[in-house]
Ligand binder design. Structure first.
Ligand code: GLA
Length: 381
């Protein structure tokens, strides 16, 4: 993959490129907690987007998306793009850098990799963060990884996805063999060794992505922020979901909308599960880890309401199969993958059973993605 992309870049642009790799991430637990300034436990994985980059001769942008088999050429101040189109990630990044006063010139960029698209595996953040990391190297912008996290997030917000920092943080700071305990209030992290013995983290991809009207992601965010704002009015120390507990929330139960209350309660409990999962990992208690995944899924499905029929099927079907310790949906929801903890001897059996049942039910081929925890963004060679 790396050699193919490099060769293609040299053939197309006659330039020796800067090579880098931006990984995908898994999130073990702590979903929809980032924009509520709680906790998450993600890890970077080996699946990556590989970039070959060089400064262009004519000062324009020349892009080659190998996996999509598409190219694009445009000037660096051109900021129109069809809604949701991949070139938008490049254009919004250039706009974001320009608005912050960074001088960037046109580039040739060849990129491609093995991160499934639309699977909740952060292929778009890998694109965004990888591009920014490359521009920082090529043009000596002097950005730290921490600064890049915020710029990449701001660029994605311009693109229209108002996510938190989960994806950018783990893609930029992942460490082989470790998860990151992320604290979004203090914007800090602690590495947690990810040793689960004979068990494996495996993803199952629904291979569907429901695009829903009314932006449910932003609706969830607004519901949680309404609750936080109400509590903050009485107590200015309350600035995040780390600053109050269930008892405090319950005192306000009559003043908040019933559905907002349910959403906020989910976030508080999910945050607790993140901290308990870290303890379970430290104690080598893989069964408890699995239990927290089931609980997380139940909350995401029934309370936070970001799951879908296909995700629920993947979780429910394997619940009683031998060797399965836990399963839950991963990422924003409404499609994409589940993350599962399965004994290494049973992975194939579980997958065969699931693959068939899923196809029989939905007429869609699911996909198994085996993950290995890897490093954050790095230069290659
Ligand atoms: C999406 C967002 C993330 C995070 C997750 C849910 O992936 O981009 O910031 O909010 O959803 O945990």
């Amino acid at each position: 993959m790396i050699e193919t992309i490099k060769k293609r870049h040299i053939e197309s642009y006659q330039k020796e490129p800067l090579m880098l790799k931006a990984p995908s991430r898994i999130n073990i637990i702590g979903e929809h907690t980032d924009y509520n300034l709680g906790y998450s436990l993600p890890a970077a994985v080996k699946q990556s987007l590989v970039f070959a980059l060089s400064e262009s001769e004519d000062g324009d942008m020349h892009l080659d998306a190998v996996d999509l088999n598409e190219t694009a050429n445009f000037g660096i101040r051109e900021n129109e793009y069809p809604q949701g189109h991949w070139t938008g990630y490049f254009k919004t990044m250039l706009m974001e850098l320009e608005s912050r006063g960074y001088a960037v010139k046109g580039i040739n960029c060849t990129f491609g990799g093995d991160i499934p698209i639309g699977a909740g595996m952060s292929s778009s953040s890998a694109l965004n963060c990888g591009l920014l990391f490359g521009l920082n190297e090529l043009f000596d912008l002097g950005l730290t990884r921490r600064e890049m996290m915020f710029i990449a997030q701001a660029a994605e917000h311009r693109f229209g996805v108002k996510g938190g920092l989960l994806d950018q943080y783990s893609i930029l700071n992942g460490k082989s063999g470790h998860a990151l305990l992320l604290d979004f209030k203090n914007i800090s992290h602690t590495y947690v060794p990810l040793e689960i013995g004979e068990y494996h983290f495996v993803l199952f991809n629904t291979c569907v992505k429901h695009s829903l009207v009314n932006s449910p992601f932003n609706q969830r965010r607004n519901a949680c922020h309404r609750v936080m704002d109400l509590l903050a009015k009485d107590d200015e120390k309350i600035q995040s979901f780390q600053d109050f507990d269930e008892a405090t929330l319950n005192r306000y139960k009559d003043q908040v909308d019933e559905d907002d209350y349910i959403k906020a309660l989910f976030v508080l409990r999910e945050d607790e599960r993140v901290l308990k999962t870290v303890e379970a990992l430290k104690a080598g208690d893989v069964t408890a880890l699995g239990e927290y995944l089931w609980q997380s899924h139940a909350g995401l499905r029934n309370d936070y309401e970001v799951s879908c029929e296909e995700l629920d099927f993947l979780v429910d079907h394997i619940r009683d199969l031998e060797g399965v310790l836990g399963s839950r949906m991963i990422g924003g929801g409404f499609g994409g993958c589940t993350i599962n903890v399965i004994h290494e001897d049973q992975v194939q059996t579980v997958w065969q059973s699931l693959q068939k049942a899923y196809f029989d039910k939905f007429g869609v081929e699911a996909q198994m993605v085996e993950v290995e925890v890897g490093e954050g963004i790095s230069l290659i060679g």
